[in-house]
Structures are given as C-alpha cells and as structure tokens.
Design a protein around this ligand. Structure first.
Ligand code: ADP
Ligand code: IPE
Length: 276
C-alpha cells in the first residue's frame, strides 16, 4: 500500500513490527513484570529511526509476555461450571494488556513517536482463535495522517469458543493481508529461527533464510515457545508468515543493541529472513 501523507511527505516503505512479549516483559515470571530497560532502549531506537525516516509508515504490535500467558493458561483450565469466573478472567486479562499497552505507548511518546493505542478486540471476531474479522479502516487512516498505531495481543470474542486469545502474531497476519506492507519484523529474544530451540541446545544452528523450499524441514524441527505461551510460539509465527504471499518477513533479536533501529532504517538480514 502506498501512502501520501497529509503533511506532504511521500511514504516509501511501510513496515509492521511486533515487539514480542519475550523482549518487553520478563516472560518467565508468574506475575506481570515489565522489562523496563529493554522497553526504554527499544522505544529509543524506534524514536531514532522514526525521526530519521520521514518516508516510513509504521504499525507496531506488542505481545503479552508475563502480562497474559500465565493468566490465560489458568483460565483455560477452569471447568465449564466456572463460567462466571472465566468471564471475569477474560475481562481481567484484557485490562492487564491495556495497562501494558499504556506503558509501551508512553515510552514511545517519550521518544517522540506518535504512538496511538489501538485495542484490536474492540472489533475483532475470532473463530477458534483465528482472526476472521477486524476493522482496518481507522488504522489505514492513521497511517495516512502519520500516526503510529500500536496494537497488542488480547482476549477477544470468539464465535466458536465464546472467548479466545488473539495473539499479536495473528494481528500481524491480518493487517499484512489487508494493508499490504513492504516488510514484517518480529522482534524476539533469540537471533532468529534455529534447527533446535537455542535455549535448550547449545549446538543449535541459525537458519538464515526460510522459503517454500526448506519450509517443510524447518517446521519438522521447530518448537513452540520456551516460556508459558498459549498462542503457539515460533511454529505458529512461521506458519502465519508463510500464509502471506510476497512479503519479506524477518525475526530479529531485540536484545542486540541497535538491531531494531537498523531494521527500521531498511536493513534486511539481521536475523532469519522468511520469504513466503
Ligand atoms: P515472542 O514472545 O518474542 O513473540 P515466543 O515466546 O513466542 O516469542 O517465541 C520465542 C521463543 O521461542 C524463544 O525464546 C525460543 O526459546 C523459542 N524457540 C523454540 N524453538 C525455537 C527455534 N527452533 N528457533 C528459535 N526459537 C525457538
Ligand atoms: C498473547 O499475545 C495475548 C495474551 C496472552 C493475552 P502474543 O502471543 O502476541 O504475546 P507474546 O509475544 O507471545 O508474549
């Protein structure tokens, strides 16, 4: 999609970037715990790239990490007769995500990024946790204006399940399908996709590129997340990215200083590149 900004700036590149819960929170904690240092540094890097590139259109998405997965797991295992309790859980997890989103947006605004909270679940309809409807008109309009919409993984209405978890990765797939960005970037806490979970095997080897040619082999060796994660971890990320045609996606390590900035400035090849 091409944008012509209201302020006259031409947009040459449109990127959707997701900050994984593994990088902005301490994902292995039981209680919601923000990784303040990472969030501050990443917001600074995004702010630097944003001020350098007047030709960039940007949507940010963030994950839930310890603000969502543990609670979502606990509520999922509640039995049918605890329906009322589950409803309360849905509401509570949503509220926690909004709190996390407010912190993310505040930090981005500190670095002069016009970051606008956008709650996907206000218009999202899921079917077995697959997003089948979400309004994108307002988001598209925000991009024309020059704002940076910031969406995030949330509980959402599900036609089949009543309530389900809408992951940030699934939001990315939906937005990419409807708004046709040039590039997708996942910021996680590993250098990319390996032939084994690098947190568990020291001899895991980084795969620099995934295409249709090696996809089958990669999916065979891929694991989920090494953390508490109700949304499928790395396997689902790759499957969702491969559903999109003709968009270059990349998984990079947000723990490496400068990588987010460099990716936003146009560098490709910092992690694992996925060409669908
Ligand atoms: P995020 O919260 O950043 O969206 P996830 O928690 O869903 O990310 O997935 C990231 C985690 O996936 C990493 O911390 C890593 O330990 C784990 N993982 C499992 N298998 C692999 C693999 N083959 N390659 C890379 N990471 C893997
Ligand atoms: C999960 O979103 C949302 C909830 C559990 C409420 P994500 O699946 O995108 O979060 P991370 O990045 O894996 O933590």
């Amino acid at each position: 999609m091409r944008f012509h900004r209201l302020n006259g700036h031409e947009v040459n590149e449109f990127i959707i970037m997701k900050l994984g819960g593994s990088i902005i929170t301490y994902k292995n904690r039981w209680m919601p715990t923000l990784n303040k240092d990472n969030l501050k540094r990443l917001a600074k890097e995004i702010g630097e790239a944003w001020s350098e590139r007047k030709d960039l259109a940007l949507i940010l998405i963030h994950g839930a990490g310890s603000y969502g997965h543990v609670l979502a797991t606990l509520y999922k295992i509640l039995k049918e007769n605890e329906y009322e309790r589950r409803l309360l859980g849905f509401a509570e997890i949503q509220r926690l995500q909004n709190e996390l989103n407010a912190k993310v947006c505040a930090e981005l605004q500190n670095y002069h990024v016009p970051a606008v909270p956008v709650q996907a679940s206000a218009s999202a309809v899921l079917e077995n946790e697959k997003l089948v409807h979400m309004d994108v008109k307002a988001i598209e309009g925000m991009l024309h204006v020059g704002l940076v919409p910031v969406l995030y993984g949330v509980p959402a209405y599900d036609k089949k399940l009543g309530g389900g978890i809408l992951s940030g990765d699934e939001i990315m797939r939906h937005l990419a399908k409807h708004l046709e960005p040039d590039r997708l970037v996942h910021v996680s806490d590993v250098d990319g996709i390996y032939d084994k979970d690098p947190k568990k095997s020291k001899d895991a080897k980084l795969i620099k590129e995934i295409t249709r040619d090696n996809l089958k082999q990669v999916l065979e060796v891929l694991g989920g997340s090494s953390y508490f994660d109700v949304t499928g971890g790395m396997v689902r990320k790759i499957e969702e990215l491969m559903e999109l045609e003709g968009i270059v996606a990349e998984i990079i390590n947000g723990n490496r200083e400068g990588y987010v900035r460099r990716a936003l400035l146009g560098e490709v090849g910092l992690g694992t590149v996925i060409r669908s």
